[in-house]
Write a protein that binds this ligand. Structure first.
Ligand code: GRF
Length: 204
């Protein structure tokens, strides 16, 4: 059984999608061992509690990054986390944190990276006038929204879209993409060639 640790800061809809897929057995051999929020009032942490999951608030406010991260890493290690999933976690991770979990931290970003990294990616894409957008699940490395890509899902930008409708349709894809990516990573049947995640061919 692989232990997932979810880090979030807000709404938590990606966490809920992952939790539903885990509960339905669609991510085999995985359990959510801990959900951690850096914000006490994050709706996502309330949902985690209501589902009976181990839910921790480790406040970042008023703390140095290093102190906060040490607390986070200690909590993740205590719960024997195999894979850390950032799901709307709105803090940058230091290189030290990333190195504690080599190739074991995933993030989801609401654009087709490398286009539109950073905040408000959906609005950036809409304003740029792209005709296709989507979401990316990637490994976390030391740079923002940068590590090797695991899954991308694309959608057309429609003439009738506005920023809001586009963000909603991207979010629907996020909810599918994150669990797909977790499954791929836990199956461990791939190699990273340069930046490319290449799945190994398995004999029939
Ligand atoms: C999502 O759009 C995700 O791509 C981005 O932050 C948002 C989190 O939403 N990293 P939620 O908290 O999972 O609902």
């Amino acid at each position: 059984m692989k232990n997932l640790g979810i880090l979030l800061s807000g709404r938590g809809s990606n966490f809920v999608a992952i939790a539903d897929n885990v509960a339905a057995g669609r991510i085999p051999n995985a359990r959510i061992a801990v959900v951690i929020s850096n914000k006490a009032d994050a709706p996502g942490i309330e949902i985690a509690r209501s589902r009976g999951l181990t839910a921790l608030v480790i406040r970042s406010k008023g703390k140095q990054r290093e102190e906060h991260e040490r607390e986070m890493v200690a909590a993740l290690q205590k719960h024997n986390i195999d894979l850390v999933c950032l799901a709307g976690y709105m803090r940058l991770l230091s290189p030290w944190f990333v190195q504690q979990f080599p190739q074991r931290i995933l993030n989801i970003h609401p654009s087709l990276l490398p286009a539109f990294p950073g905040l408000e990616a959906q609005q950036q894409a809409f304003a740029y006038g792209v005709k296709v957008s989507g979401c990316t699940v990637h490994f976390v490395d030391e740079e923002l929204d940068h590590g090797a890509i695991i899954v991308q899902r694309a959608i057309p930008v429609l003439d009738r879209d506005d920023e809001h409708s586009l963000a909603i349709r991207i979010l629907e894809q996020e909810h599918l993409a994150y669990s797909e990516a977790i499954k791929i990573v836990l199956e461990a049947n791939f190699e990273i060639v340069g930046r490319r995640l290449v799945r190994k061919i398995t004999a029939p």
